[in-house]
Structure formats: C-alpha cells, structure tokens
Design a protein around this ligand. Structure first.
Ligand code: PLP
Length: 405
C-alpha cells in the first residue's frame, strides 16, 4: 500500500496551542496526574460559564433550530450584529454584510480562502493568534509578520510593518485587544494602521473577539469605525465576552468601501453557502447575548474575578528573577519574557515540555505565536486565585532550578 501522506497544502500550517506538548499533557492525565492548565482560553472549565440567560434562550429555541438557516445566518442574529456595529460606530453595515460562522475560527479560514492566491502576502502581528498565520498558509498565501514592540506596550512597530509591504501584500491583520500580549491599541495607532491600509490598498482584517474583555476602565475602538473608505472585515463572537466558546458561534462584518470588492464578496458568499450554514441553536444566543445584561463587566471591574486574577498573575510573574511582563490591558493572557542571560533557552517547546513533566503545569511556548525568539511563553490567567498562585509558584521553582543548572 502507498503510505497515506497529508496534503502538501498543510506543509506550513501550524497550530501549536494544541500541539505536541498538549498531547503529552493528555497522556499524563490518562496516567492520573493532575495538570494545572494555563494553556487555552477556555473559560468553562474554570467555572466561568455562559450567562444563564443565553443558555435558557438557546434551550427555548431548540425546537425550531433543527433546520438549516440561511447560509449567512439567522435574521435575528445578524440584525443584532448590525445593531452592535452601530454601537461601535461602524457605518453603513446592513444585514447582508454580516456572516455568522461556527466561531470566528471558521470565518478566519473562510476569509483567507476567498482572498488569497498562491504567493499573495498578508501582514500579521508577531506575536499573533496563530490561527491567522495557519489560515493564510492553508490558503496558499504567505504570512509576513510585523513586530509588535514589547518596550512600547506591545504596540505594532510601524516602521517594521511598512518594511514588510510588497506589491503582493493584500491584507493587514490587526488583533485588538491582542492575544497573546493583552495590548489594547489607542485610536492614534488605529488611525496610522488605517492610513497604511489606505495607501497600499490593503483589506483590514480586525480580530476583535476580546473587545469587551478590558481592564482598568479602558474602552475599545473598532478599527472599522475609523476606516469608512477602506474595506474592513471585523471578527467577533460569543466565545470570550460571553464565555460560550463551546457553542461555536461568531460573526464577520464587511464594512467600508465595498465598490471594488464585489467579486471577493461573491467568493465569501460561495464559501458560506458551501458549508450550508453555521450551527443554528447557537445562533439563537447571539441576540440575547448582545442585547442582554453584560455580565463580563462584573468580571473585569475592580474586585471582579478576572481583574483580580490578572493582577495576581502580573505581580507574581514580575517578582520572578529574570522574568518581565507587560501588564495586559485586555484579553485573558500574559506573555512574559525570560531574560536570555539568565535563561539561555534554545528550544522553547522543550522548555515548556520540561515544565510540564517536572511541575505538571501546562503553558504554550512563545514561538507557537510566531514570536521569532525562544524567550517568551503565554499564560492564561483563567484559573482561580489558589490554582493560579500554585501554578505560578511551580513555574518560579522550575525557573529557579533552570537558572542553577
Ligand atoms: N481570535 C482570537 C484572537 C482568539 O484568541 C480566538 C480563540 O482563542 C479566536 C479568534 C477563535 O475564536 P472562536 O472560538 O470564535 O473560534
């Protein structure tokens, strides 16, 4: 028999958040070890469940949710998203500009598949949420990573970004608030990014799934609100702010200057119709979620659980010798740096594997987020205060041994 080999289309496709170290953690769990998981932004296992109001509405609507919906989604869900774009000051969005998907993940892949020919380039932040890089590679495109500057609160380095633009560049990905850094981009930065997109005729792909997971009383501006004349795709969903990632529902909004994009939009419509429609029961949750009580605000406000966990994780990591970390303004993650003089790491996946084996704590290595050097790792601060201090204590002990090797 000929060996069955995976498609060459997957040659440059990577998604290390669920990569080999996670597989090892699973094996260890099967052997009976308890692992503290700081590796995935999955809220429910940490007792952060979807609001009951959403769940109850979904249950009530189940009897009428067994058929396919329109390929772009239920009218009520898309209408609620249109209203949300109005609240976010994104102009000119109608029902037909909204696509509901099985989470933002599906829509990211769809948007890239419809856009890219072999060799087309897309600007992606480094570090990034790696699905973007993977989806671009899967679609035949080339991700070009622009550096975000840790010394400037992880904001994009615009000189580096400009230096990576070529005649083949088609799109600019902006992840704000950012996973994995927790950066929140000020309006001036967003305006500069829009100006670059305008000058070079790039589509802006704005991943704003953490737009309500904001600390310190900060507020979020959608880049599309500043880009009436630039084609923007804005991605958001119920996974994070509504703690409903298992429901698999999210949306993509097309806004800005669509006059020259009709063919691309036809491509999006084709791909949306090929997968028939997104999971229908979860679509019934969208209107309730967006229009209902925003319980996320309690979690991120002073005294709120996420806020306290963010502060604790930041303080504990900052106290470890040779570890520095920028305090996240939004999202659910920290992206600490290891001083290479104290920790001369060559292979950060190996480091994370050793941490797992020695201390039963699971993280993701920084290179898994397309960060170019093996000197960072990502931490999810979802576990409760006790588990978080226990896990960070173990990481500190591991790093102490590592330094003294
Ligand atoms: N975008 C970012 C920045 C994320 O962090 C995630 C999930 O962690 C996603 C998209 C995927 O979200 P969804 O659950 O809607 O597929």
């Amino acid at each position: 028999m000929r060996p069955l080999v995976k498609s060459s289309k997957l040659a440059n496709v990577c998604y290390d958040i669920r990569g080999p170290v996670m597989a090892q953690a699973k094996l260890m769990e099967e052997e009976g070890h308890r692992i503290i998981k700081l590796n995935i932004g999955n809220t429910a296992p940490f007792g952060l469940e979807a609001p009951d109001e959403i769940l109850q509405d979904m249950i009530r609507n189940l009897p009428q949710a067994s058929g396919y919906s329109d390929s772009k989604g239920l009218f009520s869900a898309r209408k609620a998203v249109v209203h949300y774009t109005q609240q976010k000051q994104i102009k000119g969005v109608g029902i037909d500009d909204v696509y509901i998907g099985n989470g933002v993940s599906e829509l990211i892949v769809m948007a890239m598949q419809a856009l890219l020919n072999d060799g087309d380039e897309v600007l992606v932040p480094a570090p990034d949420y790696p699905l973007w890089t993977a989806a671009i590679a899967l679609s035949g495109g080339t991700p070009r990573h622009y550096i975000c500057d840790e010394g400037s609160d992880w904001l994009p380095d615009l000189d580096d970004l400009r230096s990576k633009i070529t005649p083949n560049t088609k799109a600019l990905v902006v992840i704000n608030p950012n996973n994995p850094t927790g950066a929140l981009y000020p309006d001036d930065m967003l305006r500069e990014l829009v100006e670059i997109a305008r000058q070079h005729q790039l589509i802006i792909c704005a991943d704003e799934i953490y737009d309500k997971v904001l600390f310190d009383g900060l507020s979020h501006t959608s880049i599309a609100a500043l880009a009436d004349d630039v084609l923007c795709l804005t991605f958001n969903g119920l996974s994070k702010a509504y703690r409903a990632c298992g429901y698999r529902t999210g949306w993509m909004v097309v806004s800005g200057d669509k006059r020259h994009a009709q063919d691309y939009i036809e491509g999006l419509n084709l791909l949306a119709s090929m997968r028939l429609c997104a999971n229908v029961p979860a679509q019934y949750a969208i209107q309730t979620a967006l229009g209902g009580y925003q319980s996320i605000n309690e979690l991120v406000s002073p005294g709120g659980r996420l806020r306290k966990q963010r502060d604790l994780a930041y303080d504990l990591f900052s106290a470890i010798p040779g570890v520095s970390v920028v305090k996240p303004k939004g999202a659910l993650y920290l992206f600490p740096k290891l001083d290479p003089k104290l920790y001369p790491v060559v292979d950060d996946q190996q480091l994370i594997l050793e941490l797992l084996q020695e201390e039963k704590v699971l993280l993701v290595q920084g290179t898994g987020f397309n960060w170019p050097r093996p000197d960072h790792f990502r931490v999810v601060f979802l576990p409760n205060m006790d588990d978080l201090s226990e896990a960070i204590g173990r990481i500190a002990r591991f790093l102490d041994h590592y330094r003294k090797r």
